[in-house]
Design a protein around this ligand. Structure first.
Ligand SMILES: C[S@@+](CC[C@H](N)C(=O)[O-])C[C@H]1O[C@@H](n2cnc3c(N)ncnc32)[C@H](O)[C@@H]1O
Ligand code: SF4
Ligand code: SF4
Length: 457
């Protein structure tokens, strides 16, 4: 009985236990379901995280590429900025020249005699620059943008009688020189130059009703080539580093054969090279080798040179020109070794002396019409000007040309240029250099001195 009672007592608790177990199993299943859901969430989160991580990595790589591209662009802009700064510097100097033009040239130089003189340059001369632009005289002397055409784009016939050429001719024929820069050597040395471009105005010659009448029926009589930068030196006044041409040697040579050679019949003087060194340029020498006195009986050649590469062999290689040497213009800028080698970077004084011996002998044998020594006046050399004239005398030179320094290829910044340009009236040495020039001019009656140094005189 007792056992039965016990079982009876236990039965509800067994049920309860059973029910409890059931409940626990249900809860377990719920928990398992919840766990599986959590695991799915975790998996989904992992996938999202890995996708985001990859996207972030891709976007980081893109950013790096963009940064590199921006850096390259920045470098490009920066280089462009430097180039522009140089050009602006250069143009500012040119601009100042033009601003001073009317006061100095037209008002002072021509006071009371306006219209008395006429410049023949636009009727006789052309100069061809490196980019093919053509000017009627040295581009540094005429207003910067007044080129009359371009040999890489037009024929010389079109350029020679272009509207711009005719307008310039008309302007100088009227004696108002509105296109001319006060640094013009010819304007400055009016009736003193051996090769003066100026003539007195004569109503029967070079008188025109309008600019449209200024067409010419002959080709240029003087052609100056400044269309090749090739040079063996890097003079401080001229360039900071070796300069390359925009065109290939072949393109320059073809241009010369197309645009110059056929127009040489009226030419009396063909000069090279205003922009580089004739003896360093294979292209120039190749072109000059095509000339001969038989083909061009009236033609003479002029050579502007640093003289460092002149040797008997190189002259012999050009023996087709032996009766055609017109002028040698030798640029030296010093009267002694140290200054010479400082200003004419890469040159040797001893080599210059050897070359001058050759040219001097040619001059004495009358194989050269004119021997001229060039000297760009600057703070480092102006005290050597009197000795330079003595040197020129000893070499039997006909002429010394003292040139005012220009900021040619933007080689100086504005402040540097002020210290170099001793002919600027605000330079502390201006009075001294002015007095040196006056003394030189007083003493020289056996050698021609030409200069464009002191303005307004
Ligand atoms: C550019 S050079 C070319 C010819 C040749 N390589 C030579 O040195 O004679 C032509 C002339 O320009 C002159 N020149 C150089 N730098 C100058 C400057 N900054 N201002 C004025 N003339 C300069 C030279 O002395 C030379 O007489
Ligand atoms: S005056 Fe001088 S700048 Fe003017 S056209 Fe004559 S040479 Fe050229
Ligand atoms: S001045 Fe003449 S020699 Fe000197 S770097 Fe210029 S072109 Fe060459």
């Amino acid at each position: 009985m007792k056992a039965l009672r016990d079982i009876a007592l236990k039965v509800p608790s067994i049920r309860a236990l059973y029910e409890h177990k059931q409940q626990l199993e249900t809860e377990l299943i719920d928990l398992q379901i919840a766990q599986a859901a959590k695991l799915a969430d975790i998996q989904a989160l992992r996938e999202t995280e890995s996708r985001s991580y990859k996207e972030m990595q891709d976007s980081l790589a893109d950013s790096h590429a963009q940064i590199r591209e921006l850096e390259a662009q920045m470098k490009h802009v920066y280089e462009g900025h430097n180039g522009l700064a140089e050009t602006i510097n250069f143009l500012q100097h040119r601009n100042q020249d033009l601003i001073d033009l009317h006061d100095v040239v037209v008002e002072e130089k021509w006071a009371g005699q306006k219209g008395t003189w006429l410049c023949l340059a636009p009727f006789t001369d052309i100069e061809i620059l490196n980019n093919g632009d053509v000017y009627t005289c040295c581009s540094a002397f005429v207003k910067h943008n007044h080129c009359i055409g371009n040999v890489y784009e037009q024929t010389l016939a079109e350029i020679w009688n272009s509207d711009k050429a005719k307008k310039l001719r008309y302007s100088v024929s009227m004696g108002n020189f509105e296109y001319c820069n006060r640094f013009c050597m010819h304007l400055k040395n009016l009736d003193k130059r051996h090769d003066s471009l100026f003539i007195r105005r004569d109503p029967d010659h070079y008188s025109f009703e309008s600019w449209q009448d200024c067409t010419l029926d002959y080709w240029p009589k003087k052609i100056s080539l400044s269309c090749d930068h090739t040079c063996n030196l890097t003079c401080a006044s001229c360039r900071k580093e070796v300069r390359k041409n925009e065109q290939s040697d072949e393109e320059i040579y073809n241009m010369l054969m197309r645009s110059i050679y056929p127009y040489l019949d009226d030419c009396r003087l063909l000069t090279a090279l205003g922009s580089g060194e004739f003896f360093a340029s294979r292209t120039m020498r190749r072109f000059f080798e095509q000339l001969s006195p038989e083909r061009f009986p009236h033609l003479k050649v002029g050579i502007v040179t640093n003289a460092q590469l002149i040797t008997p062999e190189r002259l012999e290689a050009l023996n087709n020109l032996s009766t055609m040497w017109g002028s040698f213009y030798v640029s030296i800028d010093a009267a002694e070794k140290e200054t010479y080698e400082k200003l004419r970077t890469g040159a040797k004084w001893e080599k210059l002396l050897e070359s001058m011996k050759i040219l001097s002998a040619m001059k004495m044998r009358d194989e050269i019409d004119l021997l001229q020594m060039n000297f760009v006046v600057q703070a480092d050399n102006y005290r050597q000007m009197p000795d330079f004239v003595e040197l020129a005398r000893s070499w039997k030179a006909d002429c010394v040309e003292f040139q005012r320094i220009l900021n040619f290829g933007g080689t100086y910044d504005a402040e540097q240029f002020k210290t170099v340009d001793v002919l600027n009236p605000s330079h502390p040495d201006y009075a001294e250099v002015k007095s040196i020039i006056s003394t030189i001019k007083e003493k020289c009656d056996d050698i021609l001195i030409i200069e464009n140094l002191i303005q307004g005189e």
